[in-house]
Design a protein around this ligand. Structure first.
Ligand code: ATP
Length: 367
């Protein structure tokens, strides 16, 4: 049986459209050579440039289509010079997280053999862990609604039992899946600051309650400052980390740095019904239009989408293609073959994407 999936595509701003083009081409080529699945892509308007032209950053129709699509692919949105009247940047991706309750921000940190990393890893140590960032509350709760007077500024950190339980259950399920694939020992670490803040002691107590319902998995805690240190000193020790929104925001950029930069860092924001897949980086306006943006973080995000859809709808071929896509990117990075300037190469965005497509879906297979 061939499954058909509707994919909402937000090309966004800056380098967004440049990295989305090869990504969608690769997905089309993979689907074309498979009997198991097909895609129906629909490009939707949103972002800073759209706001500058129309006064709308995320049109209602685009939101509605995205809500009923099987998954959302999003490149990057926002431009430093285009702002709302209150001075904040245009970030429809944050609106999507709130609107669709995408509480689990999944940020894999992988350093495959030969991968680019500023760390000197011991020979026998590979790095493969996942940071889960709660993405709808925490210190982002009062985003754009904090109070500021001449002498005083206040923002609110909010932790709720419901969302915390959802994100902890997600983290334990992920640890279980990884364990069954031989990718981790089956351990979830709650990253917090429970020694200083009551809200984090609450967060931790909810975590401990959820951990009890997963007796087959290990659970422990770490303070966020120590976690930052250990991510540099012994990153191979982690399996699944779960943390609050702002801590996760900061640690995921540290994770991207460990992997060799933003151009290689994929992400997913997942809720009960909907999920957005997008690279960790922004719209990189400084290199937009030059054809040298690295498409790999976007392509790896698409691989995460294949894996998520394949798991959710039980289509093993999609999970296999996700693995193949990831392996192809790993190989190109390890050999520095056909990579963009940020990885030390001279390839254009289109060439780097085409090389991956040739590896996973050779032309004769899709002809
Ligand atoms: P945001 O706040 O929206 O996350 P940002 O201002 O932190 O964005 P980015 O847009 O991610 O920053 O860019 C940071 C730097 O990384 C820039 O110099 C940019 O050119 C570079 N960069 C980001 N993404 C890529 C990419 N895919 N390929 C090459 N360089 C990139």
């Amino acid at each position: 049986m061939t499954r058909s999936f509707q994919i909402a595509v937000f090309e966004g701003d800056g380098i967004g459209p440049e990295i989305m083009v090869p990504t969608v081409e690769i997905l089309r080529a993979l689907a074309a050579q498979s009997d198991a699945y097909t895609f129906d892509f629909r490009r939707l308007p949103a972002g800073a440039a759209h706001y500058a032209n129309t006064g709308e950053s995320l049109p209602q129709l685009a939101l509605e289509y995205a809500g009923q699509a099987d998954a959302i692919l999003l490149s990057a949105m926002g431009l430093p010079d285009v702002r709302y009247p209150d001075g904040t940047e245009i970030s429809p991706q944050i609106e999507l997280r709130k609107k669709f309750n995408l509480f689990a921000g999944v940020r894999p940190v992988r350093i495959p053999p030969g991968g680019l990393t500023p760390l000197k890893l011991p020979d026998n140590k590979g790095v493969d862990f996942v940071l889960i960032r709660e993405s709808t509350e925490g210190l982002f709760h009062s985003q754009a609604a904090g109070t500021v007077t001449e002498d005083d500024a206040t923002e609110t950190l909010r932790i709720t039992r419901k969302t915390s339980e959802d994100v902890f259950n997600f983290a334990f399920q992920l640890a279980k899946d990884r364990k069954s694939q031989g990718r981790g020992p089956g351990r979830v670490t709650c990253v917090d600051k429970a020694n200083v803040f009551r809200a984090f002691a609450f967060f931790r107590s909810i975590f401990d309650g959820i951990a009890k319902s997963h007796p087959d998995l290990a659970a422990d805690h770490a303070y966020v400052d120590a976690t930052a240190l250990w991510m540099v000193q012994k990153p191979w020790d982690f399996d699944v980390l779960v943390t609050e929104n702002m801590f996760g925001d900061i640690l995921s950029d540290l994770g991207a740095g460990l992997m060799g930069g933003l151009g290689l860092a994929p992400s997913a924001d997942i809720g009960h019904h909907q999920a957005v897949f997008q690279p960790c980086h922004g719209s990189a306006p400084d290199i937009a239009g030059e054809g040298k943006a690295n498409p790999f973080a976007m392509i790896l995000s698409a691989a995460m989408m294949l894996d998520w859809l394949g798991t959710k709808h039980d289509v093993p071929a999609m999970r296999a293609d996700a693995n193949a896509l990831q392996a192809a990117v790993d190989q190109q990075v390890a050999t520095r073959q056909t990579v963009t300037p940020d990885l030390g190469g001279t390839a254009t965005t289109a060439e780097a994407g085409a090389a991956i497509q040739t590896m996973v879906a050779p032309v004769e297979a899709v002809a």
